[in-house]
Design a protein around this ligand. Structure first.
Ligand code: OAD
Length: 230
């Protein structure tokens, strides 16, 4: 199994949330990424957070680390990816079994009639963008204060409990329940391997190894080692 976070997409040009250059250093998540904030002032959240995210994600392509995980799946070495990312880059790289814990930014949903629309087709001239029925559109992503879809959570917990190795790539492991997956894996006897240039709350406690480095080069080296031993 792999659990991925914002760090795996940093080399694709998408900034992380925490730490140096992180999004939450410049904007307050409670003011822009909480469901109450969206309900209070959707135009403000669209203007400051969602529109900018769209610009950044539009430019991003998968990197070596996304491709390495897709390759591992094809080799039957990786069962699935649980990702906290909403950028869809795992699927772009070829991964087919991706549990999108926090949703996917590629889609919008009308809060009134529930119609679904591709983010690429949304007219951003007037914010917040609206559905044909007049309802406001929101990304199919989880805001703070919202629940993870139960089927997503259940499947992630099951896979975490039954894996023998969990790669934890590019996540600060500070947002729950996603961050509980390495705990579940560890409690059920799996080896937990972090790939991250920094230590996290898991390091030395829940994870057995920390490969200190950026996801792209580390995953490339991992694939090379696997190929040499296959
Ligand atoms: P964070 O921004 O909290 O953490 C990113 C992690 O990636 C940090 O531990 C960095 O050290 C690491 N990192 C940075 N560059 C890296 C690289 N090139 N290769 C590997 N690792 C690198 O991101 P998440 O843990 O994903 O939720 O954050 C979890 C959730 O918090 C997000 O899904 C989002 C956010 O608020 C919602 O919006 C609901």
């Amino acid at each position: 199994m792999a659990l991925t976070g914002a760090g795996i997409s940093v080399e694709s040009g998408i900034p992380p949330f925490r730490g140096k250059g992180g999004l939450w250093e410049t904007i307050d998540p409670m003011e822009y990424a909480h469901i109450n904030a969206f309900q209070r002032d959707p135009a403000k959240v669209w203007r400051v957070l969602i529109r900018n995210m769209k610009e950044v994600l539009d430019r991003a392509d998968p990197n070596e680390a996304h491709r390495a995980l897709a390759w591992m799946e094809k080799q039957n070495l990786l069962q699935a990816v649980i990702t906290q990312n909403v950028d869809g880059l795992h699927q772009c790289a070829g991964s087919t079994d991706v549990i999108e814990f926090h949703g996917n930014f590629a889609w919008q949903r009308c809060i009134k009639c529930n119609a679904r629309m591709a983010t690429a087709a949304v007219d951003l001239c007037r914010l917040p963008p609206r559905c044909r029925c007049g309802g406001i559109l929101r990304p199919e992503c989880i805001f703070f204060g919202e629940l993870i879809p139960p089927q997503c959570l259940r499947r992630a917990e099951q896979l975490s409990a039954h894996c023998d190795v969990m790669l934890v790539i590019g996540t600060s492991a500070s947002v729950y329940p996603a961050a509980s997956m390495p705990f579940i894996a560890n409690q059920n006897g799996a080896t937990v391997i972090e790939i991250n240039p920094e230590r996290t709350a898991l390091s030395g406690k829940v994870s057995d190894f920390l490969i200190a480095g950026n996801a792209g080069p580390v995953m490339k080296a991992l694939v090379k080692t696997i190929v040499e031993r296959l």
